[in-house]
Design a protein around this ligand. Structure first.
Ligand SMILES: CC(C)(COP(=O)(O)OP(=O)(O)OC[C@H]1O[C@@H](n2cnc3c(N)ncnc32)[C@H](O)[C@@H]1OP(=O)(O)O)[C@@H](O)C(=O)NCCC(=O)NCCS
Length: 208
């Protein structure tokens, strides 16, 4: 990876289709046969919780090679308060450039901008192998639980990073995933029909 061969900028309306295709390529057959993330971003851009100021694309030689976005959500604190926080994703890098450092560069840039805007913490579902390199830890270590997860269930997918050090000190509570992330399978199928045909494969390691 060459640190000077890309720029990171805000997504514009003109990018929407290219970004959706990029996300589709990036997530295809990774977590399930096919993917839904390209439809998820399509829907989330119109969601009130979507943070337009943190909707980033990575561009190299005039083509988009990565994207990342954030949504506002809450922690329901055990003492009855709610705390505003951010959640993140999808984040994706074009398949042929994965594992060359572009994802980390995009992630770190986005987190810096989120911190600049004054957000206190980011929580989401992800792989500690990648996000741990950018300062994420298991959310349980901050006293935050994932909604609807039975006690004792594996919560190692649920990650947190404070953007303001100490922001979650003294807080225990439950994180809520924004409703917009839950999309209907039939709607995903319908949306996907407008993209080039791609084969869905059942592969080892997929979650669903
Ligand atoms: C996840 C993703 C954004 C990471 O971007 P990237 O450019 O590939 O990652 P980077 O090169 O910056 O970082 C690589 C390091 O992160 C870690 N890492 C990256 N992907 C990983 C994975 N799937 N599992 C475990 N660790 C991973 C490793 O430490 C890796 O170092 P290594 O290549 O020397 O082993 C990208 O691979 C991608 O688009 N994947 C498909 C979509 C996806 O899963 N998005 C995230 C959903 S939570």
């Amino acid at each position: 990876m060459n640190k000077n061969d890309y720029i990171i900028r805000l997504e514009t309306k003109k990018d929407y289709r290219e970004v959706e295709n990029l996300v589709r390529e990036s997530f295809w057959n990774v977590y399930r046969p096919g993917c839904s993330e390209h439809y998820v971003i399509h829907v989330l851009r119109d969601d009130l919780a979507f943070v337009k100021e943190l909707d980033f694309v990575m561009e190299q030689k005039g083509r988009l090679i990565g994207q990342n976005m954030f949504m506002k959500t809450i922690i329901e604190v055990d003492d009855g308060r709610t705390i505003d926080i951010l959640t993140m994703g999808p984040i994706g890098i074009t398949p042929e450039l994965k594992r060359q450092g572009y994802g980390k560069a995009l992630l770190d840039y986005s987190l810096e901008k989120a911190a600049d805007l004054g957000f206190g913490a980011v929580l989401f579902e992800g792989n500690i192998g990648f996000y741990g390199n950018s300062g994420f830890d298991y959310a349980r270590n901050f006293g935050i639980r994932y909604h609807d997860l039975p006690e004792g269930a594996d919560d190692s997918f649920f990650l947190c990073k404070e953007l303001i050090p100490g922001f979650l000190n003294g807080v225990t509570g439950v994180y809520q995933t924004p409703k917009g992330y839950y999309v209907d399978d039939a709607e995903v199928e319908g949306f996907d029909k407008d993209f080039p045909p791609k084969q869905k494969l059942k592969l080892p390691g997929q979650l669903f």
